[in-house]
Design a protein around this ligand. Structure first.
Ligand SMILES: Cc1cc2nc3c(=O)[nH]c(=O)nc-3n(C[C@H](O)[C@H](O)[C@H](O)COP(=O)(O)OP(=O)(O)OC[C@H]3O[C@@H](n4cnc5c(N)ncnc54)[C@H](O)[C@@H]3O)c2cc1C
Length: 323
């Protein structure tokens, strides 16, 4: 028995959420008294593969194939399952990212495994049971799920566990899976990035703004603040519905769910549908001119004030600090 973790890459580099999944899987492997194997699919260089050892993988299966260069849900799921069989892994860990959300159920079905998606803590194994705490109802509640199956699949919510280094070297092994034509009926030929900005789901810092900003031309100060902090930008639903900002920035129940280390909400009321996508952020800072705005109830820090006065002052202070 062992633990297998699938580590996502983009352009030959592992994502931070991938290192986090390895750290989490290593803690599970330690708890089970077994070892951790990581699997990488796509063209990743040896130095990058070795990085996985730093987070606890003792072996890395490297699948380097032009056919599998870009993410293909069905084929990647088959490769992960083949690797699990090869490694005799009974626990498979992935990140609950955009692609992880598609992969985890497919892997679980193929392995006849119980699945926990959106895990936020390490499994508890008291009394011989295997339970995992996960987000439920778009982050409005937690559910503790017991997995009773022999095989288990866990998809970890990004930023829920953090990365943890555990000194060690990984051996790299080339792995050539049997890819069936039926797994490649829909393939990604090319990926064209719409923006070079920090990707929202991976961002550790997020500056977000809502209808309180009044008009799209007022986003200059939001972008400036985000640039100074090295943060991604986000927005509320009405803002993207109005076309003030792209839909890719819309966070909440019907948008992207994020859990960055810092979420700064500017001119956003804090409606329950918005909170559903951001309430698991580690630290929430709210800037709103209405002291009764619901967002203040979940804020770690709140500034009651006009965004058009507060944000320029923050920018000034950050520039002075950086200077
Ligand atoms: C089924 C459903 C799904 C939904 N999904 C989502 C979702 O995924 N994401 C989402 O965001 N919403 C979602 N909504 C909409 C949600 O209910 C709210 O209507 C929306 O979040 C409000 O956006 P807002 O806070 O930007 O705007 P408003 O509610 O208009 O709030 C603007 C805020 O800005 C403050 N403000 C105004 N001027 C200033 C100023 N000068 N300085 C500082 N503060 C100022 C105001 O006090 C107010 O609190 C959904 C709704 C439904 C019904």
């Amino acid at each position: 028995m062992s633990v297998l973790v699938y580590v996502e890459q983009a352009d030959g580099k592992f994502k931070k959420s991938g290192f986090e999944a390895v750290s989490y899987a290593k803690a599970i492997a330690d708890g089970q008294g077994t070892h951790l194997t990581a699997i990488s699919i796509g063209n990743v260089g040896e130095n990058e593969l070795k990085e996985l050892g730093k987070y606890g993988a003792s072996k890395v299966l490297n699948v380097s194939s032009d056919q599998l260069k870009n993410f293909v849900n069905q084929a990647y799921a088959s490769v992960i399952v083949e690797a699990a069989a090869k490694e005799n892994a009974d626990i498979v860990v992935l990140s609950n990212s955009f692609s992880g959300k598609g992969l985890a159920p497919r892997v679980a079905v193929k392995l006849k495994a119980g699945l926990v998606d959106g895990a936020v803590e390490l499994p508890q194994t008291a009394d011989g049971k295997f339970t995992v705490k996960k987000n439920a109802f778009s982050g409005k509640a937690f559910a503790v799920t017991e997995l009773t199956s022999a095989n288990k699949v866990i998809a970890l919510n990004p930023n829920a566990f953090g990365t943890k280094e555990s000194a060690g070297d990984a051996t790299i092994e080339n792995f050539i899976p049997e890819v069936k034509a039926t797994d490649l009926t829909a393939i990604v030929k090319e990926i064209v990035r719409a923006t070079d900005k920090i990707s929202l789901p991976d961002a550790e810092l997020v500056v977000s703004a809502g209808r309180g900003l009044k008009a799209p031309e007022n986003w200059g100060m939001i972008e400036e603040l985000a640039n100074l902090l090295g943060a991604a930008t986000a927005c509320s639903k009405p803002v993207s519905d109005a076309g003030w900002r792209p839909h890719s920035e819309h966070v909440g129940q019907t948008g992207i769910a994020i859990s960055p280390n810092l979420y700064i909400a500017i001119g956003i009321s804090g409606a329950i549908q918005h909170l559903a996508g951001v309430s698991s952020s580690k630290v929430i800072v709210v800037i709103n001119k209405d002291p009764e705005a619901p967002f203040f109830k979940v804020a770690d820090y709140g500034i009651v004030g006009d965004a058009f006065e507060v944000v320029p002052k923050l920018i000034e202070a950050l520039k002075a600090h950086k200077g």
